[in-house]
Ligand binder design. Sequence first.
Ligand SMILES: C[S@@+](CC[C@H](N)C(=O)[O-])C[C@H]1O[C@@H](n2cnc3c(N)ncnc32)[C@H](O)[C@@H]1O
Length: 474
Amino acid sequence: MGEPSNNQDALEARIPPSCPASISQILTQAWHHDLASLKPLLDVPGRASVQEPTTGETPLHAAIRSCGAAAAATGATTTDLEAAKSVLEELFFNGAIWNDVDSNNETPGCVAVRLGQSELYDMCVGAGVRAELLFGLLEGYEELESMDEDDEEDEEIVDITADAAAGDGEEVPDLVVETNSEGHSTEKQPKKEEAKEAEEEETEILESNPDRAFVAPSAAEAQASQVDSAEYLRSNLTYSAGKLTDESANGVMMAWETSIMRASVDTLLPPEQQPEGRKVLNIGFGMGIIDGMFAVTKPARHHIIEAHPDVLAHIATSPDCPFGPAWENSAPQGQGEGAFKVHAGRWQDVVPKLLEAGETYDAIYFDTFGEDYAQLRMFFTEYVPGLLKEEGRFGFFNGLGADRQICYDVYTKVVEMHLSDAGMDVAWQEMNVDMQGLQEEGKGEWEGIKRRYWTLNSECPFLLLSCSNPIAHC
Ligand SMILES: C[S@@+](CC[C@H](N)C(=O)[O-])C[C@H]1O[C@@H](n2cnc3c(N)ncnc32)[C@H](O)[C@@H]1O
């Protein structure tokens, strides 16, 4: 067992004497990596995710925290680490939630990263990826309205305790699944009576822990949970020096992202490949930073899709914006009608029309605001393959979960898998984001901005994908 990295990480601070005995017992065994004593305690669904009522400590937090800091010579041995890994494995197997936060607003993965426990961190990322993929599948699940009696006999109840992906602290409801021909299902399925018993025992635990005050952040919804798309599109926007904000002071677009836009354009249309005369589609105008860069490459066709009325008014009337009617009329000769065009409306409504019109592009960039990951996924799964030319490239602003390292890492992997499912080959690049002025909430670049939506202090992974032909990046 390593030394705690500071007093706040000490056992007495995390599992205080006021902790109900049933929770304290589980947390203490997890802390000491006593797998043999812990295992039987986890028989009841939900127990792998109990939380200390005041500190929010979960068994995962305890098992990681007790390892202490990896970098310092703390006395932690390889045996300790192996024991910790076995405990984490057992906890995840029993439905431990990867992204519950404690009273310090740290998930177990955040604790691992702070302590430099990279192997334990990787296990948290792996669990996060599995939970988010599962959540993605559940979202698409629809219960059939009727089924025959035989089917009904085959039903079993699955208790999915990993509400992790929901991100709102609510339990994912029981799910009815069909068993396969051998009577097994791919999920762990307690029988109905066992489930009932389990529920009663769990209620006991939860009653001693009445308010789950620590709400799990979801990588998928990290941005979207803050902003609702319809509400955003109704909200008044303000353009001011270096930023575009909505009426709740959310940063819609900020000038510090210019380096990311620059790298995006250079990857979509590499300067060494003479990008002149290409066909470009950008979804989400914002401050027009990326469109300005696309324009410099002298495209033959340049389409922009923008939904917000205030942004559209800015484009049409602001003397500072070069993408008004004069720009639309300045397209090179011989490129057909609407070669340079701002399409007003939500991409969900505009893109099907572009497909119908047979438009295809060499470069597509996607960067909207207030939409959840499901929308991005729908775009690259259902539309990109039809819109992209043979050697075309697709990219998007990779801000998924960018206010928390583990959420970012989980979503980087999830998105990669979904892109592969959509038939794209994926490779990653990384770039440095200059964090000067981005370090502190409400200060520097964040002054007057409600939420610091980017906290990653160095590397921004870049994605290179190819959809049997195209390459894209985010
Ligand atoms: C982050 S900004 C884009 C910034 C842009 N990349 C730049 O370089 O300035 C997002 C933009 O997407 C727009 N938007 C949001 N939802 C949209 C949707 N469903 N369809 C089209 N545009 C949308 C917003 O109004 C906003 O202008």
